[in-house]
Design a protein around this ligand. Structure first.
Ligand SMILES: NS(=O)(=O)c1ccc(NCc2ccco2)c([N+](=O)[O-])c1
Ligand SMILES: [Zn+2]
Length: 270
């Protein structure tokens, strides 16, 4: 019999929802948790930040998976690096994913002055100067940097179609699709990459390690309502069916906002 502990099921509603995560994942009850509300009247301008340096190559091969909590585009290119801004070290792109709602009025994890957006993109990077692997970095302070962009319903986003076109292959959980067309995830970021907020927080899902520097762009990215509906086409798990026999769709995969506990959100702009 294997002695590894059985992975603990967690979700976004009911007994396994965010209010109970701390019972099996104690860090979820920590003092620097994410997401948070960004109160723009309380942010502090920091003029010391250098320009953000986001260098991604577009020839990277990646694979898209439905892990039951979100879609995840894992990247294995050592040519996709992030440095500068509030960061002291160089970070490498590990994966990107999103959080979204059951309709266009909710879905983002962070909020701005109490406003919730339709979705939120996370480009996750790990500190290659300080750590030897992503698995090590993910648990350590300064180990992870997440570039974050808010998404709202508006005009169609052509770049997102390169990702959404693979969703039919990953509708079911653990579905995986290889993506090797030329695709540069930088196209998913807003044009303005100089105005952002930043603060020290945590992974927004279990195990909620307090290892994350969030960098959150002020400019909001637009995708069409139809593209947002495609996010909601993913299914949560192959087995679980509603009593009507229909699939259970993956929606509202956002954690509620967490206490700031005295943390200050810095702004790169005045
Ligand atoms: N929503 S997020 O960007 O903060 C986030 C959350 C969880 C995980 N990972 C969960 C995990 C499993 C084992 C250790 O860690 C990641 N990530 O790995 O990029 C990112
Ligand atoms: Zn995330």
């Amino acid at each position: 019999k294997s002695h590894e502990s059985k992975p603990v099921a967690w979700g976004y509603e009911g007994d396994i929802g965010p209010c109970n995560w701390h019972k099996y994942f104690p860090k979820a009850g920590g003092k620097r948790q994410s997401p948070i509300d960004i109160d723009t009247s309380a942010t502090q301008y920091d003029g010391s930040f250098k320009p953000l340096r986001i260098h991604y190559d577009s020839h990277m091969c990646s694979s898209l998976t439905n892990n039951g909590h979100t879609f995840c585009m894992s990247v294995n290119s050592d040519q996709c690096n992030l440095s500068g801004g509030p960061l002291e070290d160089k970070y490498r792109l590990l994966q990107f994913h999103c959080h979204w709602g059951s309709d266009d009025t909710k879905g983002s994890e962070h909020t701005v002055d109490g406003h919730q957006y339709a979705a939120e993109l996370h480009l996750v990077h790990w500190n290659t100067d300080k750590f030897k692997s992503a698995d090590e970095a993910i648990e350590k302070n300064q180990g992870i940097a997440v570039l974050t962009a808010f998404i709202k319903a508006g005009k169609e986003h052509r770049g997102w179609n390169h990702v959404l076109s693979h969703f039919k292959d990953i509708k079911k959980v653990q579905g995986t699709s290889t993506v090797n067309e030329d695709f540069n995830p930088k196209c998913l970021l807003p044009e303005n990459q100089t105005d952002y907020w930043t603060y020290e927080g945590s992974l927004t899902t279990p195990p909620c390690h307090e290892s994350v520097r969030f960098i959150i762009f002020k400019e909001v990215v637009e995708v069409s309502s139809e593209q947002l509906a495609q996010f909601r086409s993913l299914c949560v798990c192959s087995s679980r069916k509603r009593d009507t026999g229909e699939d259970e769709h993956l929606v509202d995969n956002f954690r509620p906002i967490q206490p700031l506990n005295g943390r200050v959100v810095k702004a790169s702009f005045q």
